[in-house]
Design a protein around this ligand. Sequence first.
Ligand code: HEM
Length: 132
Amino acid sequence: MEDIKDRQDLIIIVDTFYNTVKSDETLGYIFDDVMHVNWDTHLPKMYDFWENILFQTGSYSGRPFPVHLQVNEKQKLGDTEFNRWIQVFIDTVNSLYQGANATTLKQKAMNLQVIWKTKFNYINNPENSRIV
Ligand code: HEM
């Protein structure tokens, strides 16, 4: 198995990842039924996002966290959703690539997932309104 070498490899990962996500019991409906995601615009954004994360290309300049706040308004994001998301991501990378870049990509995805999961658990826990 080869390592991730360029944007084309990340396109393969992103396409494979979302093919699984679309038909996933825990995640699929959030993209299609809740957010009505336009895949033609979402997928290229995700190629840019991961290319920027792995190769620091400057290709992505969005602010992804607020986008998920909007998702969370309609459908709460918690441990169940984030744990499934990272599981599908890691399984997807493992099924396609192996090497230093693949490891870095998985680590960076894991770091973001943990940070966001922690933030959403905080936001979604009503008890926290008393201590902020
Ligand atoms: C609980 C799991 C997650 C769900 C259900 C989810 C869902 C979504 C949805 C519905 C969108 C909006 C797509 C659109 O309307 O165009 C989106 C965008 C995005 N997501 Fe997630 N997401 C999750 C986790 C993550 C994580 C952990 C990351 C990063 C590591 C991430 C990165 C992004 C990025 C970069 C965008 C594009 C933001 C932009 O418009 O610039 N997502 N996600």
